[in-house]
Design a protein around this ligand. Structure first.
Ligand code: WT7
Length: 649
């Protein structure tokens, strides 16, 4: 096979992760596949720090999900921070746990495991003093500062459920999430910083919380900017945390107690709060972080995602810390102050494992190889990608230019719902192909279904499902278990439906083709078409709106909006007005790339919008519209095709 990249010698030499040879992978896959419950029970007992080790693995299964949800390790008792902090104090007390690089290059802070432990204990004591207890929800709306990770861990220490909201979300989105999870306390900071610009986190929090009954807002001072302060409600971090006691007895939690809620977009306008558990999630992030990346004791692990997304939860905070690793937190952007920023950090911090999104790789590749080659990257061993399909050209640029052909690429496929990696190369053992997420991890049983819902055996392409629960799987949607059941198990009997399409080749390698539902993936950010549509429909100028994705060279997908104007509305600069509205209703990352005013939307006689047609036109393929005879008014199609916006460049 021409395009098969064997693992470079230097990557497999000295492997120390759980799976070091392909034979070991096959044996593990066989054991985990034939006895998942026993396999993961043993891993969980060995890998995590327990107060009471579990005696049971999986109870229940997909067949029971509509009634009693399935559980993993249900009789075990633990606190995740003891796995992430306390047990490292002896062997790794002075080892750097968090290596923080601020917005300006070289603005660095480090926290050793001992220091991080102390900060987490102090913060837990301070939160306890503010009334936060086990099971309470705490929303964290912060930028990329160490205190964001400290806040997450402090909640976990208390058994409180954190819900981190990405700092780019608008006041309205933040408010929706605070209300949905019933948070009593919000933790924020004065301002964030990104690419030399301030992000008004406290001001947005104030706007979001207007009129809500929130007990307390804990505010970390980062930039020192003047911000509004409500003495009845707001508490400065620096006035309470440093004075709180520096030891704290972690609250013992049941294995299945929720660790956090993380909101993600689906096919409706309302985001869903996926609930991850204490033990199953921690096992999955810990085991996948070590296995996939072959994480080694002296690695400097750099996942440059934001902690507001699942990647940051799993591979900046919980996975690396559970393994006692040094984890980087990066406040800035790949292009600030220039396109060499990542590689400058690799050189200065001796980064060995680097994990980013295809969008960033494509954006950087557009700047050529000079900004990369200016920096010494000889410490790199493993390069990871996540969040969206990576095209072969971007993959090769990452491999050849960034990695100088010496590193292996791990294209990790997973989702907010899966907690951690599912289909991915294992760094020291899996030969790679550009654009393929390669093989499932042990215990992960992918199933492809064809358009008639039949299981595909051997090579083929279809909708990607998973046949058996794994410990890191989200157990429910907060406050709406019926929606969880409907979204993930309502399509096919006893299978978890991922929402993605995939192809399996003759070697059994998987190629993720992207979402097959109404979820958009813009620069690795997940948004629903329905979220955009409800934002657009809020405009007085819009009578109807439909949003579809189109292929975008850098962002992976772009957003194409079809708008039916209200009679008498003027389309002058409409796109910028509608973008301002999307920003206000959703967040800074929600932008329309192409806008077309249409006389009507293509609807069936029952009033359903035929998105297939809109997608084809947005993709620049109006010749392949398929059957349009069922439309109520086929003439709108002509107008839509004639007025299509060129998205090819
Ligand atoms: C969706 C999940 C996984 C953490 C970040 C995104 C897409 C993710 C890959 C990959 C192709 C990928 C899928 C998935 N996706 N990784 N390696 N190759 N597509 O998490 O926001 O929950 O989005 O991202 O479409 O369903 P998320």
């Amino acid at each position: 096979m021409a395009d098969l990249y064997p693992v470079p010698e230097a990557v497999s030499a000295g492997a120390s992760g759980p799976l070091r040879t392909f034979d070991a992978y096959l044996r593990a896959a066989h054991r985990a596949g034939s006895d998942p419950s026993g396999y993961w029970l043993q891993q969980a007992r060995e890998r995590l720090a327990w107060r009471t080790p579990p005696t049971v693995g999986l109870q229940g299964g997909y067949h029971t999900v509509a009634g009693e949800p399935f559980t993993w390790f249900a009789d075990g008792v633990l606190n995740v921070t003891e796995s992430c902090l306390d047990r490292h104090l002896g062997p790794r007390g002075n080892k750097t746990a968090i290596l923080w690089e601020g917005d300006e290059p070289g603005d660095v802070r480090t926290l050793s495991y001992a220091e991080l432990h102390t900060e987490v204990c102090r913060t837990a004591n301070a939160l306890r003093h503010l009334g936060v207890g086990s099971g309470d929800r705490v929303v964290i709306y912060m930028g990329m500062v160490p205190e964001a990770a400290i806040a997450m861990l402090a909640c976990a220490r208390l058994g409180a459920i954190h819900s981190v909201v990405f700092g780019g979300f608008s006041a309205e989105s933040l408010r929706d999430r605070v209300l949905d999870c019933g948070a009593r306390v919000v933790i924020t900071q004065d301002e964030g910083r990104r690419g030399g610009r301030p992000i008004p986190l406290k001001a947005t929090t104030d706007e979001a919380l207007q009129g809500l009954e929130i007990d307390q807002v804990l505010v970390y001072r980062h930039t020192g900017a003047e911000v509004g302060f409500d003495p009845e409600r707001d508490v400065w971090w620096h006035e309470v945390v440093p004075h709180a006691g520096d030891t704290h007895r972690a609250v013992p939690m049941d294995a299945e107690d929720p660790l956090f809620i993380l909101y993600t977009s689906g096919s409706t306008g309302k985001p869903k709060g996926l609930v991850h558990t204490t033990a199953g999630y921690l096992l999955w992030t810990s085991w996948t972080c070590e296995t996939t990346f072959d994480l080694r004791e002296d690695d400097v692990f750099a996942c440059v995602a934001d902690i507001g997304w699942i990647t940051g939860h799993s591979y900046i905070v919980y996975g690396p810390l559970a393994n006692g690793a040094t984890t980087l937190m990066f406040e800035s952007t790949p292009l600030y102050p220039d396109a060499g920023r990542y590689w400058d950090m690799v050189e200065r911090h001796n980064i060995t494992v680097f994990y980013t999104a295809p969008t960033a790789i494509r954006a950087l590749a557009a700047h050529g190889s000079e900004p990369v080659e200016r920096h010494d990257r000889s410490t790199l061993r493993v390069l990871g990608t996540v969040g969206e399909p990576i095209n072969a050209d971007a993959w090769r640029w990452y491999h050849d230019v960034v990695g100088e052909g010496r590193c292996t690429i791990v294209d990790t496929w997973w989702q907010t719902e899966t907690g951690g990696h599912m289909i991915t190369p294992i760094a020291p053992i899996t030969a790679t192909k550009p654009g393929s997420a390669t093989l499932p991890l042990p215990g992960i049983l992918p199933v492809l279904l064809d358009s008639e819902d039949r299981v595909i055996f051997g090579p083929g392409e279809g909708r990607l499902c998973i046949a058996h629960p794994w410990p890191g799987q989200a157990r429910t949607v907060w406050g709406d278990h019926a929606r969880y059941v409907q979204t993930y198990f309502g399509h096919f009997r006893s299978l978890y439906f991922t929402g993605d399409g995939a192809r399996r080749d003759t070697d059994g390698y998987y190629w993720i083709t992207g979402r097959v539902d109404d979820v958009l993936n813009i620069s690795g950010h997940r948004m629903g078409t329905a979220e955009f549509e409800s934002a657009l429909n809020a405009s007085d100028e819009v009578s109807e709106a439909a949003v579809v994705p189109f292929p975008h060279d850098v962002k992976g997908q772009g957003v194409y909006a079809y708008i039916v104007l209200q009679p008498g509305s003027d389309d002058h600069e409409l796109q910028s007005r509608l973008n301002a509205l999307c920003r206000e209703r959703i967040g800074a990352h929600a932008r329309i790339d192409a806008l077309q005013i249409v006389p009507g939307l293509p609807k069936t006689r029952s009033g359903k919008v035929m998105r297939r047609i809109l997608r084809k036109v947005a993709e620049g393929q109006p010749e392949n519209l398929g059957d349009i005879s069922t439309l109520a008014d086929p003439s709108v199609v002509k107008a839509i095709v004639a007025g299509a916006v060129d998205t090819s460049g």
